[in-house]
Ligand binder design. Sequence first.
Ligand SMILES: *Cc1c(COP(=O)(O)O)cnc(C)c1O
Length: 421
Amino acid sequence: MPRPGKPAIWHPFTQHGLNEPIPEIARAEGASLYTTDGTRIIDAISSWWVTTHGHCHPRIAAAIADQATRLDQLILAGWTHRPALDLAEGLVDLFGLPHVFFSDSGSTAVEVALKMALGFWRNTGHGHRNRVIVMQHSYHGDTIGAMSVGERGVYNAAYAPLLFDVDTVPFPHAGAEGVTYAALEALCARADAACFIVEPLVLGAGGMLMYPPAVLAEMAAICARHGVLFIADEVMTGWGRTGTLLACEQAGVTPDILCLAKGITGGAMPLAVTLANAAVYDAHYAPDRSRTFYHSSSYTANPIACAAAVANLAVWREEPVRERIATLRARQADGAAMLATVPGIANVRQCGTILALDYVVDGAGYLSDLQPRLLAFFRERGVLIRPLGNTAYLMPPYGIGADDLARCHAALADAVALIAG
Ligand SMILES: *Cc1c(COP(=O)(O)O)cnc(C)c1O
């Protein structure tokens, strides 16, 4: 029974008490969303960093439709299927890590990575190595383990009693990278250090904080010197967002464990993978059940989701995706140059296809009223932009047109009226 005046859907990251409108979208194409009354909205954040090429890519949609009539679901414990085999082979070829473990969201890919890391140490006779090192301001998902390795704050304060302890290195601010290196070095040198998990080049939910490839390379080198497993969470940065297929590529880094989700299907189906190097896999390999990696979920490697991801790999191989990314990157650079001249806007920054900026405002936290006012402003302008506190960013699908992107840049500039007023 519905409750009068209360929605049946409890929306994520939404305070229903604010009574903000919740528009209904009927269809999507490219970078456009269409409401039920036909209004077009520009999807400037790829529907939460997921849609890479554009909505409803015909090739990916066709692969989903085709697979749905052949094999819709299969238990992956002890059984296998062609879409999973093709996808795993494709991922291994692309990323240089030989083993692929499937799951269904970025959060679970992170949970799997942490379990692999601790399993590695326990199975190799070093069970005391069980501390996880993380970076300040990180976000790795909303399940308990993923929250534990992410920044603590208003989002997870209520669950603090459930979160496990981690060791944190400071964010590598420009000019103070040495502080991060020294902290990482000291923590890696401890006898109980198991792994370091980090978002390469861009800390997304933490505020689109960026650091250069050389810093990533140095952090990976510190971990390697101490035998600490290096886990790259490329759930957001993967699939071209930072300009290269993986952000790690720019630093010449191959992680020991790699988490991918979001863009793996081009954004059409929920799917995630955790890739592991030979040592991590071999630590779980035994002639008996003793070292088995005990993790699964019902939809592990769902065939329809895998077929979408196989089609995504084909799109990357056969369509000019890298050229689209280069074009978008250049247009974002033009937009960044314009936005940097706007009073009230600071810290305009770009990494590949991602553009971010901060509105200059005193003491604006996530819970202040700025965020809802910005949301309403962008909604009225017909652009889907969802600020993080006083930080706004664009992370559009790669096929977004020049005019649409210019409208997004203009909306970001015009929103300074809200902080003045
Ligand atoms: C979004 C995100 C996650 C969580 O992915 P979900 O699919 O939302 O569970 C993990 N890590 C990073 C870096 C992310 O941006």
